[in-house]
Design a protein around this ligand. Structure first.
Ligand SMILES: Nc1ncnc2c1ncn2[C@@H]1O[C@H](COP(=O)(O)OP(=O)(O)O)[C@@H](O)[C@H]1O
Ligand SMILES: [Mg+2]
Length: 335
């Protein structure tokens, strides 16, 4: 099956917890060596998908194929997947070395070989000098690296990373994000990276999968999903500040049955622009500014401009919309 190594397929996966439909018919095909970012709001089913792939939970319906084979009857420790949990799930009573060696011992890897691999993984993640420490003697970033090293040691067909950057502070998150990309470029192991952070979704994956309420809303390269969101949910979820969505017949034009969308960066201050608004607030962000504006009919439009827009609260200005997205109001789908 070597030609299928690293290929992952999910087929109409469903899972309910009591009345909660955590997953509602999820289909997904991940290519060998691909890095997929699974993004969606809290509670949308992201962790459930990873748990089903890892075998920590069972689907009510549907199938999981790893390396081309149905893994329904394969227990978690025999699946060729390694998961990094949101809270790292390190053994508190073991040192870093103990945490790294644990899984190798379970799989009866000879001691010398296990030591060599643990050291190599620790060096790769820059934690070789921490091998004798316990988890409570380390920072969050260091613990996170131990969890990643432990996953690396399994040499799996698929990595499952559940919000591995979520509890790091901003500079560390930025640095670790770059490290994850480098690691993936070197190893080329199929990876599903879960996040609720739309910026990570844009920067980390070959493709992004947008999930809402247990359903896949859109799959595609990040820029494509950003440029052509399949529905109003995706339109509002990817992008910060989010896309302005105006139900039909409003200031952006359109028919009553459609909702028009325009991203803040696609609105520009223009003396002859067709949309008249009043500036309500200016958020100066250093490298750019965000204007919060309101039209006479009450519609609010967010505008992204250069760092010094030269307007202030109360100023009447005119806007030009450079790129308008059209959605069906009843279904929310892109037209
Ligand atoms: N073991 C469980 N028991 C009950 N409800 C659960 C369980 N696991 C997940 N859920 C529910 O399923 C939904 C999806 O959860 P989850 O996959 O953890 O979402 P996400 O990771 O996207 O935040 C949520 O509504 C959550 O409360
Ligand atoms: Mg989760």
């Amino acid at each position: 099956m070597s030609d299928a190594r690293g290929v992952l397929r999910l087929e109409s996966l469903s899972r309910s917890y009591g009345p909660v439909k955590a997953l509602d018919g999820v289909d997904l095909e991940v290519r060998a060596g691909e890095m997929i970012t699974l993004v969606g709001p809290s509670g949308s089913g992201k962790s459930t998908i990873l748990r089903l792939i890892a075998g920590l939970d069972r689907p009510d319906h549907g199938r999981v194929y790893v390396d081309g084979a149905d893994v329904a009857r394969v227990p978690p420790h025999r699946r060729s997947v390694a998961m990094v949990f949101q809270d790292y799930a390190l053994f508190p009573h073991l040192t870093v070395r103990g945490n790294l060696l644990f899984g190798l011992r379970v799989r009866r890897v000879p001691r010398a070989e296990a030591d060599r691999r643990a050291r190599a993984a620790a060096e790769r993640l820059g934690i070789a000098d921490l091998l004798d420490r316990h988890p409570d003697q380390m920072s969050g970033g260091q613990r996170q690296r131990v969890a990643l090293a432990r996953a690396l040691l399994r040499e799996p067909s698929v990595y499952l990373l559940d919000e591995p950057l979520a509890s790091l502070d901003a500079p560390l998150r930025f640095a670790t994000r770059a490290d994850l990309l480098t690691l993936h470029r070197e190893l080329r192991t199929t990876t599903i990276h879960v996040t609720h952070d739309q910026q990570e979704a844009m920067t980390l994956g070959d493709r992004v999968v947008v999930l809402a309420a247990g359903r896949v809303r859109q799959v595609g390269p990040p820029q494509q999903v950003y440029d052509e969101p399949a529905d109003t949910f995706v339109a509002g979820f990817l992008g910060s500040p989010p896309m302005n969505l105006v139900p039909g017949g409003g200031v952006l034009g359109g028919t009553p049955d459609e909702t028009l969308g325009v991203r803040p960066e696609d609105l520009a201050l223009a003396p002859e622009g067709p949309v008249a608004v009043t500036v309500e607030a200016v958020e100066a962000l250093g490298s750019e500014a965000v204007l919060l504006t309101r039209c006479a009919d009450g519609t609010r439009l967010t505008v992204r401009t250069g760092p010094r827009p030269g307007v202030g609260p109360g100023d009447p200005v005119r806007l030009r919309a450079d790129r308008i997205h059209r959605f069906d109001t009843a279904t929310g789908l892109r037209r």
